[in-house]
Each structure stands twice: as structure tokens, then as C-alpha cells.
Design a protein around this ligand. Structure first.
Ligand code: ATP
Ligand code: MG
Length: 173
């Protein structure tokens, strides 16, 4: 992360095998780490990121420090086992947003569309709609969701969303 929310300076968080636990006082930025992960995976709903406009993810300064003009998050996956169907042993996704509103996405340093990022993670359980991030209140939401919403969750878990969305896309054309 760099310039993302409270992380003005480049901050690297390593998720090794097993459990990673983030501990710190209230307001120290623990939740900002999960916001960064959601954001780089393509989250567009600013409310989910606890802001009111996309600009709110950019470091907005403190008493001692000027605000920044760019937020950047890069998520790097070990792909030695080729979990992602790409030839690379490492897959990175990057998202940047400038205060001007200009934004960009990259996969392994190559500019791409948000759609490409969505497709890469679809049905992996990792994506924006995945169940890998369970936010506060989400359990309640799942338990009280209607049958269609709950079905979506099972479809994502079963790995068929990708085909459904491609089918819908081709039907629109
Ligand atoms: P809690 O234990 O209460 O859940 P937390 O460790 O999860 O706290 P976060 O919610 O991750 O804390 O961080 C909140 C902090 O991030 C606040 O101090 C807020 O000022 C800061 N923050 C949020 N957005 C920005 C921004 N754009 N620029 C600078 N600081 C920001
Ligand atoms: Mg928190």
C-alpha cells in the first residue's frame, strides 16, 4: 500500500502460510488493510470501503503531514502451484487512483480493465463478491438474505458464476 488511507508511506504486509493476526489500538489502521484488499480486487462501492467518495481512499494528511495525490495498492500472489491459470509463478494486481479521479488497474504490471481483474478472481472465492472477506455484519446479512442472494453465494462457492456472467454477456450482444 502507498498513499492508501492511513498508509501514507509504502507499507508491505506479508501473509504467510497459516494465520496472520493484525493487532493494534483503535483507529490504527487494521481495517484499512482489509479495505485495501477489497479495493485492489475491484471494489467500487465506496460505502463498503467506509468512505463517501472514491477520493477518500487517498491519504488525506494529518496535522504533521501533507495529503497525497495518489493511492496505490498492489496485491501479490504466489502462483507456483498455478492456482491462477496463467503461466507466471507470481501474479500481481495493482490499482491506482489519482485525486483528479483518474484510475488504473494492472495485472503483472500490464494495464488492464476492471473486468479483467474481476474475471481473474471470479470463482476463486477471492474476488470482490467472494466469501474470503467476511466483514462485520456480513454473517447477519447472509443469514437474513433472501433465497436469490443466498443462491448467488453458493454459486460462487461452486465456481459457476464465471459461466453465468459470460452467458449473460453473450445474450446481451
Ligand atoms: P478499530 O480497532 O476501531 O476497528 P482499526 O485499527 O480498524 O480500528 P481503521 O478503521 O483501519 O482502524 O483506521 C481508521 C483510521 O484511518 C482513522 O484514524 C482515520 O483517520 C484513518 N484514515 C481513514 N482514511 C484516511 C485517509 N484517507 N487519510 C488518512 N487517514 C485515514
Ligand atoms: Mg477496525
Amino acid at each position: 500500500m502507498r498513499g492508501f488511507k492511513s498508509f501514507a508511506d509504502k507499507t508491505v504486509v506479508e501473509f504467510k502460510q497459516g494465520v496472520t493476526c493484525v493487532v493494534g489500538p483503535n483507529g490504527s489502521g487494521k481495517s484499512n488493510i482489509t479495505d485495501a484488499v477489497r479495493w485492489v480486487l475491484g471494489e467500487q462501492r465506496i460505502k463498503t470501503l467506509r468512505g463517501s467518495k472514491m477520493e477518500d481512499v487517498i491519504f488525506n494528511g494529518t496535522k504533521h503531514r501533507k495529503s497525497l495525490g495518489l493511492a496505490e495498492v498492489k496485491l501479490v500472489f504466489d502462483n507456483v502451484d498455478h492456482f491462477f491459470p496463467l503461466e507466471y509463478n507470481e501474479i500481481s494486481v495493482t490499482r491506482r487512483v489519482h485525486r483528479s479521479g483518474e484510475s488504473e488497474y494492472q495485472i503483472n504490471g500490464m494495464p488492464c480493465r476492471l473486468k479483467d481483474i474481476r474475471e481473474l478472481f471470479m470463482d476463486t472465492g477471492i474476488g470482490r463478491e467472494g466469501y474470503s472477506i467476511i466483514g462485520q455484519g456480513r454473517i447477519d446479512e447472509i443469514l437474513s438474505s433472501n433465497k436469490d442472494e443466498r443462491r448467488m453465494l453458493f454459486e460462487e462457492a461452486a465456481g459457476i458464476i464465471k459461466y453465468k456472467s459470460r452467458k449473460e454477456e453473450s445474450e446481451r450482444k
